[in-house]
Write a protein that binds this ligand. Sequence first.
Ligand code: FAD
Ligand code: NAI
Length: 469
Amino acid sequence: MAEAATYDVIIIGGGPGGYNAAIRAGQLGLRAAVVEMRETLGGTCLNVGCMPSKALLHASELFAAAAGKDFATLGIEVKPRLNLPQMMAQKADSVGQLTKGIEFLFKKNKVDWIRGAGRIAGPGKVEVTAADGAKTTLSAANIVIATGSEPTPLPGVTVDQKRIVDSTGALSLPEVPKRLVVIGAGIIGLELGSVWRRLGAEVTVVEFLDRISPGMDAEIAKTFQRTLTKQGIAFKLGAKVTGAKTTKSGVSLTVEPVAGGPAETLEADYVLVAIGRRPFTADLGLDSVGVTPDARGFIAVDHFRTSAPGVWAVGDVIHGPMLAHKAEEDAVACIELIAGRAGHVDYNLVPSVVYTAPEVAWVGKTEEQLKAEGRAYKTGKFPFTANSRAKINHETDGLVKVLADAATDEILGAHVMGPQASEMIGEYCVAMSFRAASEDIARTCHPHPTRSEALRQAAMGVEGWTMQA
Ligand code: FAD
Ligand code: NAI
């Protein structure tokens, strides 16, 4: 076994948590290495998550616009033909360019990529097993665990990546399913369900709860569900899948009401299991430093420090939203603490986005959270039907909802369902990080005609002077 280099920081995992930690470490003059066992850098996000899903969402949205009434309404008459292999190839090409981009950033910041599976082998030691089985032991003053997450399995519905797939399989189906059943009305289910619906599949979403998108403001979620239903997605809420029988050509699912009652059978060509993700810490050698994950598999941290001195953790493997930009925030704060600086993340200001059409984006508290906290709040709302830019673009589904403290007017939450919501929510993130009042947005000039005017009109609504609805 070879004994190799000594580092200031060794990061296990090359996803958004790991690669951002490495880049920041390089910037701060720390000698850093990333151990990554995939053939490419970028983790779940770049390889089988954020980026390939957005590539398919973009392409399928344009296909549906051309195939349905949207283009015809604009006076553009076309008859599109789906070339699924090309749609998949352009996705793979973009992903390849992005993962190579991380390699470039590593070189630029003098970060070593150690290829192989990393395992903590006691304080300050990481053993790396390369693809050919060769083992090397590296030493470091600090080890950062950034090993991410994996899909949560559903007992009785075993993923075979042929007929029953998880998100990775659903990003590369070989054909458009005639009938796709999605288990779980969370972000993956609704994004990837939308992709295949737009390409022609009949999509049924089975959800355990009596609502879709847990975590989203309930009023927005209701409006969102109505829109998705109009797009042809069917929902079975308050229902659980209790068994699956796979044949060569499809799957029979047994579905039961959560509240009790007779079971029914749903037939599908493909089934997507999307009931959440769980931290990934298999074979990581945590016991060698006395770290034990909690009952749900998360590594407990205090400002990214685990219970073992010199061992830190960031991203999906620790508590908090499992989002790429949250992993990035963790990474920067963790490395700055390692470098002796101040590092801090305000988890209340981590935005969430569902990249459907329309998109849904939000930051801060939902109305339900404020009620549960007993906080007095005021609400301002504005529908996109009254926004001139959305109107001329025929994109009027959705609304903006702003929640502000009843006494101080501080913005507590912003919820946007509408076109380009993902691009617009940043305005509220910045405002809230400066602890702005809703009046600050209401009295800020916004360009006309833009969808962003809806953000301002909703803020005006908090004080009751929305002008354009
Ligand atoms: P990961 O990205 O999971 O990276 C961990 C890396 O560690 C992996 O590459 C893994 O191979 C490696 N690894 C694990 N164990 C070892 C080991 N022992 N040795 C070496 N390497 C190891 N988030 C968003 O913010 N926006 C989105 O639009 C979005 N879309 C998504 C779509 C899908 C379909 C999925 C599945 C996820 C999506 N996410 C999205 C979530 C996002 O991908 C994750 O939150 C993010 O990737 C977490 O980053 P991470 O660095 O903690 O872990
Ligand atoms: P999720 O947590 O978003 O949603 C899972 C859904 O499945 C929930 O509605 C839950 O009630 C339901 N569910 C759980 N068990 C069930 C069962 N047995 N039967 C039926 N329904 C059941 O998880 P999802 O969609 O798998 O995504 C995982 C994570 O990946 C997300 O939470 C998010 O952190 C990340 N992600 C983020 C994206 C984005 O930011 N746009 C896109 C995709 C994923």
